[in-house]
Design a protein around this ligand. Structure first.
Ligand code: ATP
Ligand code: MG
Length: 438
């Protein structure tokens, strides 16, 4: 058998097999490029869940005509200026996303450098270049991907219904948007806006919480505790939900390492460990943590889609996460019990706590007196005293109803299965912004 060098287009198609698994993966690469380009707003448009069109427009640094040509060339990148793989400060670094996408779709890039007078456009179809030629475009870049996988019919067959593919795109965009509250994002499905997120200004914690609440749900904003910890040069910050806000799966647990959304077993295990004393084994908390570490302590080059990382000292990271969460929960427990006591007093007066929560008393489905049966598996036998009573109606466990905003196995605001008046009040912002119950 003769060994031969494969043609460039085939090499790129093989790379695309790993990098561009589905439309959401292409969106992820394009939006990461926009973030690396310093964009302040990123607008994504899809048609048919991304199968026929993905368009990503940013107001970032843009590219001149020569850069456009290099951008679609394999292993050409502006992000490794020192050839140093141990100090990666950008989301991209391999120089293979655009050529891979260009090998399996009809790709068009239109761009104008921030201080440039002209815009240029370049297209790639089946790996063949056309352009660059002059175009009209404001500063920034628009990348359009049409007919994704038309050149690889086998992959095309694996695409799911447009709604499913769009769901994956929303997930990818949400994750990136959580890590970048300073950037405005929008997603349009060709006929309507799927979501719009304005850039959040001001203090990082506030901006983050606004963005997290917009994505994870207002109940997270109302029941979140800030986390901040540092150990040996590793910084951990973010927000975690009170144990009283929990759900049946771990899908609302997010970790970002140096601004990169990652899925990490170590993280999920650490969260489980940290909440062990506060939550039943089949319930999962809401968590969004941001870990900032020196680039040389983490290897980001371990996964084709760059969604996993490897820490040099995994034990240190785990200890930091568990310690920070436990600490934050212990603090919150103290505040919670105070608030619950106040809520209890309020509830004893006509038009008290329940009225303030915006729920008329008559909607209460179960009596408030003790003896209401706790739901199996929801009770919190091991709840430490500091947290005992968080979110429970003063009369006893299980007195409330499910969060009215969601059905099914959605969030619960009480270990006993019901939203407690206290938990809702816990973390109101003093300025009132973002408070739902006023
Ligand atoms: N939206 C954009 N704005 C400005 N420059 C861009 C944009 N998208 C791509 N580029 C330029 O094109 C180059 C190639 O992009 P590509 O995504 O293929 O590789 P990369 O981002 O360097 O690495 P990776 O393959 O890991 O994503 C980038 O290094 C960047 O210089
Ligand atoms: Mg890239």
């Amino acid at each position: 058998m003769a060994i031969r060098r494969l043609p460039e287009t085939l090499v790129n198609q093989i790379a695309a097999g790993e990098v561009v698994e589905r439309p959401a993966a292409a969106v992820k690469e394009l939006v990461e490029n926009a973030l690396d380009a310093g964009a302040g707003r990123i607008d994504v448009v899809l048609a048919e869940g991304g199968r026929t069109l993905i368009s990503v427009t940013d107001d970032g640094c843009g590219m001149g005509p020569d850069e456009l040509v290099l951008a679609v060339e394999r292993h050409a990148t502006s992000k490794l200026p020192d050839d140093d793989l141990t100090h990666i400060a950008t989301l991209g670094f391999r120089g293979e996303a655009l050529p891979s996408i260009g090998a399996v779709s009809r790709l068009a890039l239109t761009s104008r450098p921030r201080d440039g007078a002209e815009a240029w456009t370049l297209s790639v179809e089946g790996g063949r270049l056309d352009g660059p030629r002059p175009a009209a475009h404001p500063p920034g870049t628009r990348v359009e991907v049409r007919d994704l996988f038309y050149a690889t019919p086998a992959r095309l067959k694996f695409l799911k219904a447009p709604r499913t593919e769009q769901g994956h795109v929303v997930d990818v965009l949400h994750r990136l948007a959580m890590a970048h509250p300073e950037v405005a994002f929008s997603l349009n499905d060709g006929t309507r806006d799927v979501f719009r997120l304005a850039a959040s200004a001001g203090d990082l914690f506030e901006a983050r919480l606004d963005r997290l609440a917009a994505i994870m749900g207002r109940e997270f904003g109302d029941n979140a505790v800030a986390v901040q910890a540092e150990r040996e040069g590793l910084l951990l910050s973010g927000h975690i939900g009170l144990p009283t806000l929990n759900r049946a799966n771990a899908q609302k647990q997010f970790l970002f390492v140096n601004g990169r959304p990652v899925r990490d077993k170590l993280f999920f295990g650490a969260v489980r460990g940290a909440y062990r004393d506060f939550l039943a084994a089949d319930r999962h908390p809401y968590v969004a943590l941001f870990l900032d570490v020196p680039p040389e302590t983490v290897d980001v080059n371990v996964h084709p889609a760059k969604t996993e990382v490897r820490f040099r000292d995994a034990g240190l990271v785990r200890g930091l996460i568990v310690g920070a969460i436990r600490h934050a929960l212990a603090d919150a427990g103290h505040r919670a019990s105070t608030t619950v006591a106040q809520a209890a007093l309020g509830a004893a007066r006509p038009g008290g706590a329940a009225r303030r929560l915006g729920r008329p008393l008559r909607r209460r489905r179960r009596p408030r007196h003790a003896g209401a049966r706790p739901r199996p598996g929801r009770a919190q036998p091991g709840l430490p005293r500091a947290l005992d009573g968080i979110g429970r109606p003063p009369g006893g466990p299980g007195a409330g109803a499910r969060n009215p905003r969601r059905g099914g196995p959605g969030p619960r605001l009480s270990p006993g299965g019901g939203p407690g008046p206290g938990a809702r009040h816990l973390h109101r912002r003093p300025d009132g912004a973002g408070n739902r119950h006023r």
